[in-house]
Write a protein that binds this ligand. Structure first.
Ligand SMILES: NC(=O)c1ccc[n+]([C@@H]2O[C@H](COP(=O)([O-])OP(=O)(O)OC[C@H]3O[C@@H](n4cnc5c(N)ncnc54)[C@H](OP(=O)(O)O)[C@@H]3O)[C@@H](O)[C@H]2O)c1
Length: 179
């Protein structure tokens, strides 16, 4: 059975980005970036939307890229597909001839998070909360009402497994597990 882990950085007011093309490294801490790359290195596959892929194009990485405008293997390790046509149970059969589908990382954005949550494909969350406020931007999930990033997950059935402070600026790192 694959394990689906969402790794996400948010502002204090619950946003993942100020715009659709700004990479997190523009505002996230060095400590967050180190944990992010640890997760990326450990993953068999990453699932992401077209904007997230385009904001950090890495031709060699194993990626499943959600899009309604392109599909198929655009590179040897990058499969584009429309998630409306598939369920999580169908993903291993599409990609396992390239590499096993065991540790799966969810990399955003908002509608990718929505799909994974709705489809029961989000077992674990690595949440970093940076001490910045955006005021507006892209939420973790569509229709998000609370601005508190922890509440965003606890309201959706996750419980806190651990919490660490990453630096003097006050960046928080939480591991949440599906309750
Ligand atoms: N802070 C963080 O941890 C974090 C994480 C991820 C991303 N980001 C940032 O957030 C921004 C991108 O987020 P985003 O929400 O705009 O976009 P995104 O999900 O990366 O890309 C959106 C596009 O992906 C496709 N897509 C995504 N979900 C789909 C679905 N369920 N069904 C069909 N198509 C789907 C569509 O492509 P088509 O238009 O081709 O149909 C859609 O226009 C970037 O700035 C990125 O760097 C931050």
């Amino acid at each position: 059975m694959p394990t689906f882990t969402l790794t996400v950085a948010t502002s204090l007011d619950g946003y993942i980005s100020r715009s659709t093309d700004e990479p997190p490294q523009a505002w996230a801490s060095a400590e967050e970036q180190a944990l992010f790359f640890r997760d990326v290195e450990a993953a068999d596959w990453a699932i992401m939307g077209r904007h997230t892929h385009e904001a950090a194009d890495k031709p060699q990485r194993r990626r499943i890229i959600f899009s309604t405008t392109r599909d198929g293997w655009q590179r040897p390790s990058q499969l584009w597909l429309d998630p409306a046509q598939i369920s999580p149970a169908g993903l291993p059969g599409l990609v396992e001839h390239v590499h096993p589908f065991e540790k799966v990382l969810i990399l955003g954005g908002t509608r990718v998070h929505d799909w994974c949550l709705e489809q029961g494909a989000m077992d674990r969350v690595h949440l970093t909360i940076e001490p910045v406020r955006f005021g507006a931007g892209l939420p973790v999930f569509s229709g998000q009402t609370s601005g508190d990033p922890v509440e965003v997950f606890t309201a959706r059935g996750f419980r806190i497994d651990s919490e660490t402070r990453l630096n003097a600026a006050g960046t928080r790192y939480l591991v949440l597990i599906r309750a």
